[in-house]
Design a binder for this molecule. Structure first.
Ligand code: GLY
Length: 440
C-alpha cells in the first residue's frame, strides 16, 4: 500500500511513523522534517497549502490514499481537488473543515443540533453587533477570531484581557483588522472547569474515540505566560483523565456524533477523517469549546504510539464508510515540547542541537521532530516548536519520569520546556479544581 502524508510537524512525524508500520510512506512537506524523511520512500518540499502543488505530487505518486496533517491545507480545499482527481483522502473537504476554519459556522450549526453541549455565544461581524451582543452576557467572556490563528487568537477575560473594555477592544480589533482572515468574532461565555481533548476517527456516521488527552497552552510553568500552539500533554492508562469520569466521555462522544450527523443533515456533507473536540468539563458536564478537523499537536504524540490497531486499516475503513474500532495499549503518556528560548513572542532561531536518538530509544521514549532545519546531518532550531519528547508507563507519573530522562538526550542551552507537565503536583491541582467545581 502507498500512503501520501501532507505536513511536516511533530504531529505529522507521529502520523508518519504509524503509516510506515504497514504501508510505503510518501510525504509532501513545506519544510524538511528529518524524522519523516528517514521514514519516507520519497518526499517533496513545496507549498502544502496550495491545492495544485499537492495535486501535482499526488498524481506523481498515485497513492492508495492521502492523509492531511494540518488544518490549513484542508481549509484551502486540498481534499476537494484530490477527490475530484480520483485520489482518496482521509481528511475532510473544505466544507467540512469549516468546523475549524469558520467558528461562526460551527457555532450556528451546533446551536441547532447540540444546544446543551456548547457555551452561550454570539457571532458578530461589525462593531455595532459586538456592542449589542455584549449586553446579553452576565459572565466574563472569551473572545475568538472566527478564522484560523494557529491556536493563538483566543483571549480570555480575567487572563489575557483585564476587563470589559479590553474584551470589547479586542473584539473590535478582530473585525476591523480581520484577524484570522475574516471580519467575524465569536464572543462566548467563560466557563469554569478543566479542558480536555477528545480526538476521534470518524467516517461521518460513527465516532471512534481515542484516549483523552490534556494539553497545556501557556508557555510557562503554572500555566503562566502567553498562549502557544501547545507546550505538552498527558494521557492516562485507562484512556480517561484523572478528573474525567466515564459518563463525561460518553457525553462528549455523543456531542461529536451529533455534530458529524448535523453536517450531513444540514449540508449533505459526509465528514471523513479525524475530528478533535476541545472540551471544557464543567459542573454540568462537558461543553464543546471548539472543533479541530485534524489530530491535535501535541495530542497526536500521546495516542498514536500506543495505537494497537493498524492505522492504515482504520483510514481505509473510513474511506469505505465502515469505520472499524481502534484499540490502544493501556498506557499513560506524557509529551513535553522543547521550544526555542523566547518562544512564542521573541524566539531565538538557528541554535545547533545535538540529539542522541539511541539514548531516547534506550529509555523507551519517543522523540518527534517539529520545526527544525537539517543541514549535513546537523540539526538547528527555527522560531517554532523544535521537538516533542514522549514517555510512556502504566502511570502518568512514571511516564513523566521517562520523558524527563529522555530529554537529557537533547543537548542545547537554547531550548526550554515546561517541567511541570504530567507531574503529580500539576495533575492533582487539576483533580482538586474539578472536585471543587463539581462540589464533590
Ligand atoms: N492542542 C492544540 C491544537 O492542536 O490545536
Amino acid at each position: 500500500m502507498k500512503a501520501l502524508l501532507i505536513g511536516n510537524g511533530a504531529r505529522e512525524h507521529a502520523i508518519a511513523e504509524s503509516i510506515a508500520k504497514s504501508a510505503d510512506l510518501f510525504a509532501f512537506m513545506s519544510a524538511r522534517n528529518p524524522g519523516i524523511i528517514k521514514l519516507a520512500k520519497e518526499f517533496s518540499v513545496g507549498d502544502i497549502k496550495d491545492p495544485n502543488s499537492v495535486l501535482k505530487f499526488a498524481l506523481h505518486i498515485r497513492p492508495d490514499y492521502v492523509f492531511v496533517g494540518p488544518e490549513e491545507p484542508l481549509a484551502q480545499g486540498v481534499a476537494d481537488i484530490l477527490i475530484k482527481n480520483g485520489i482518496k483522502v482521509c481528511g475532510p473537504t473544505k466544507g467540512a473543515a469549516r468546523l475549524e476554519s469558520d467558528k461562526g459556522f460551527c457555532r450556528n450549526l451546533l446551536q441547532k443540533y447540540v444546544k446543551d453541549g456548547i457555551p452561550k455565544f454570539a457571532v458578530c461581524n461589525t462593531v455595532r453587533e459586538i456592542d449589542t451582543a455584549m449586553r446579553i452576557f452576565d459572565t466574563e467572556l472569551v473572545v475568538k477570531p472566527a478564522g484560523l490563528t494557529g491556536g493563538k487568537g483566543v483571549k480570555i477575560q480575567g487572563e489575557h484581557l483585564k476587563d470589559f473594555l479590553e474584551v470589547r477592544n479586542y473584539a473590535y480589533e478582530i473585525v476591523e483588522k480581520q484577524i484570522g482572515g475574516m471580519n467575524t468574532v465569536v464572543l462566548e461565555e467563560k466557563l469554569e472547569g478543566e479542558e480536555f481533548s477528545l480526538q476521534a476517527f470518524t467516517d461521518g456516521r460513527k465516532i471512534v474515540p481515542m484516549p483523552l488527552v490534556q494539553d497545556h497552552k501557556r508557555a510557562f510553568e503554572n500555566d503562566e505566560g502567553p498562549n502557544t500552539g501547545g507546550m505538552g500533554s498527558y494521557s492516562d492508562s485507562n484512556h480517561l483523565l484523572p478528573f474525567v469520569e466515564k459518563k463525561d466521555l460518553e457525553d462528549a462522544v455523543k456531542i461529536m456524533e451529533r455534530s458529524v450527523q448535523a453536517l450531513q443533515k444540514e449540508y449533505g456533507i459526509i465528514y471523513k477523517g479525524i475530528l478533535y473536540g476541545g472540551f471544557m468539563l464543567t459542573a454540568h458536564g462537558p461543553k464543546l469549546l471548539e472543533y479541530n478537523v485534524r489530530f491535535g499537536d501535541p495530542e497526536a504524540m500521546n495516542v498514536l504510539p500506543i495505537l494497537k490497531t493498524d492505522f492504515n486499516s482504520i483510514c481505509l475503513s473510513i474511506l469505505e464508510s465502515r469505520l472499524i474500532n481502534a484499540d490502544f495499549e493501556k498506557k499513560a503518556s506524557v509529551c513535553k515540547y522543547l521550544v526555542p528560548k523566547g518562544y512564542p513572542d521573541n524566539p531565538e532561531a538557528d541554535a545547533q542541537v545535538g540529539i542522541n536518538e539511541s539514548l531516547v530509544k534506550q529509555k523507551g521514549a519517543k522523540l518527534y521532530y517539529a520545526s527544525v532545519n537539517e543541514d549535513d546531518g546537523k540539526i538547528s532550531t527555527t522560531k517554532s516548536r523544535s521537538f516533542g519528547v514522549v514517555g510512556f508507563d502504566t502511570t502518568i507519573s512514571g511516564a513523566e519520569k521517562m520523558t524527563e530522562s529522555a530529554i537529557s538526550a537533547v543537548k542545547s542551552d537554547k531550548l526550554f520546556y515546561r517541567k511541570d507537565i504530567g507531574t503529580d503536583k500539576l495533575v492533582q491541582k487539576r483533580v482538586h479544581h474539578m472536585i471543587k467545581i463539581r462540589g464533590r
